[in-house]
Design a protein around this ligand. Structure first.
Ligand code: NI
Length: 169
């Protein structure tokens, strides 16, 4: 496992649509362990998508802060070829991104989502959730489509500079 540098804007890999994973081979397993180690090295972090460490493949990981953890959501969530299959409602959220350091912004996200994909053993996963996990799922899957939260801002008034990173996605 290796902690890798996190790509930041305007790195073109962040604007690119990532490739679907066909087989979970050793290179994908290594990618997942590097992503986990890289994410765990950042204090207060929530999630990471493979393009953020320079690999344009459809893999995301989410690791919620401990106060958000419960039986269902606890630990690290790894999803290969994730997709949002259903969205419900809209709510304003405050969001930051490891690839957009020094800023946070207010955007709208779904109140709840249903996401599906596969875990590292090829088993199908389906998650129906709200709160920070729903926000993180939308945010990380956006990364796989070359979309940043900045693309959802309704105006630059909703973007602000920050000194310390809090819960970046
Ligand atoms: Ni992000």
């Amino acid at each position: 496992m290796t902690v890798l540098p996190i790509r930041t804007i305007p790195d073109p890999i962040l604007m690119r649509k990532a490739k679907r994973v066909r087989i979970v081979d050793d290179s994908i397993k290594k990618l997942i362990s590097d992503m986990l180690e890289t994410l765990h090295a950042v204090p207060g972090r929530v999630g990471l998508a493979a393009p953020q460490i320079g690999i344009s493949q459809r893999v995301i990981i989410i690791s919620l802060p401990s106060e958000e953890n419960d039986e269902e959501k606890g630990g690290d969530i790894v999803i290969i070829n994730p997709e949002i299959v259903k969205r419900f409602g809209k709510r304003p959220v405050d969001e930051g991104c490891l690839s957009v350091p020094g800023y946070r912004g207010e955007i709208k996200r779904a109140e709840s989502v249903t996401a599906k994909g596969r875990d590292q053993n090829g088993k199908e996963i389906r998650i129906k959730t709200g709160g920070l996990l729903a926000q993180a799922l939308e945010h990380e899957i956006d990364h796989l489509n070359g979309t940043l939260y900045l693309d959802h801002l309704e105006g630059t008034n909703n973007l602000r500079r920050i000194e310390l990173e809090e819960a970046p996605l």
